[in-house]
Design a binder for this molecule. Sequence first.
Ligand SMILES: Nc1ncnc2c1ncn2[C@@H]1O[C@H](COP(=O)(O)OP(=O)(O)OP(=O)(O)O)[C@@H](O)[C@H]1O
Length: 415
Amino acid sequence: MHVAHLSLQDFRSYATAEVPLTRGVTAFVGPNGQGKTNLVEAIGYVATHGSHRAATDAPLVRQGTPRAIVRAGVVKDDRKALIELEINPGKANRARLNRSPVPRPREILGMLRTVLFAPEDLSLVKGDPGERRRYMDELLTARAPRFAGVRSDYERVLKQRNALLKSAAAHRRSPGPEVLATLDVWDTHLARTGSELLAARLDLVAALRPLVARAYAELAPHSGAADLTYRSSLGERVELSTDRGQLAEQLLGGVAEARKQELERGVSLVGPHRDELVLRLGELPARGYASHGESWSFALALRLAAFELLRADGDDPVLILDDVFAELDAGRRSRLAEMVAPAEQVLITAAVPADVPAELTGTTFDVADGAVSPRPTVGADSAVSSDVPGARSADGTDAGAVAGEAADDGEVTRG
Ligand SMILES: Nc1ncnc2c1ncn2[C@@H]1O[C@H](COP(=O)(O)OP(=O)(O)OP(=O)(O)O)[C@@H](O)[C@H]1O
């Protein structure tokens, strides 16, 4: 699949932007702070309904404006779809597909799939276990959008269960039979939704292991072998079942064992929210031991493995490399370029043209002073394609339609 057009309204630094895109490699080049990442962040948002660098939606909306609108014309198997998301911080976001409202934005997850690698991904290796759990869960959702529901069910159960445990812990005396009976109910819910998440993560890690090892070996051939294992909060002595029903039983057993401690501490201590994806380089854990360069290559290998996995599911996701090449030495840079070149669409951001490897030829946009302009190719009658005030309508509908249709032919919107 690929994005044929991106249209922004009050997203980050952009009042408006219209960016026609094509298959192959596109580089956004410009000095620091000009809005390159904002563009690819918007595309990532359409795919995941979240930002890779902001925990909430508020920073995504242009300062002083109430909402942002992001539209992407997506082409998959020669079929076109126009996806529109209205970002309303503090309120429910709204989504439209081919100009028709959809009841819940979650329903259009999966229409666009992206794999985004950015400097923030260093935290996949160096950061808390939560970063790696999010990596797994986001990948599960990209592969099967219904996991967005499984995750939110699990989080809801956890929240309720934690509230009960917290209030029981605050009373500092043995909880009565009513509290214990309610806790039993939450235990069952936790085991049911938790086992679904756990089973899916175990399958995912099994599928990822060889892909991560291979990607890392290609990127960093002179370093130790990269490996990953799943460490469950049930402890090493519990051999996790491959059967979901039995996994639920194992989780129930685990929470029963931990009950006394949970009641004392007022928090859920067992379940996928406490699990860890352990990364190793050779014999050593990557976290705390890997060098900066090794950590960077490991994080990149995790993203490339995600890309391969999604691709094996039947459709190339859009690959986004935000500010990646400047960090790599010449060898890694050209190996990465070779690895990503066959992808249907690769979007790159770089501060200077020299940071885009020569192997990755394609379209270049200059990003500066709030404008996104295609760099003229020799002999071509290239036109400016940034702010197109005339293409906006009050609700943004026509802008998306016009933009989407223009982009379908790969045409450049003229300003
Ligand atoms: N909500 C917002 N409203 C207005 N401007 C914003 C908002 N969020 C970010 N910006 C501005 O966007 C700019 C950053 O854009 P972006 O991160 O895309 O830069 P970049 O070109 O990728 O830079 P670098 O090369 O340094 O990574 C900053 O000037 C920042 O002030």
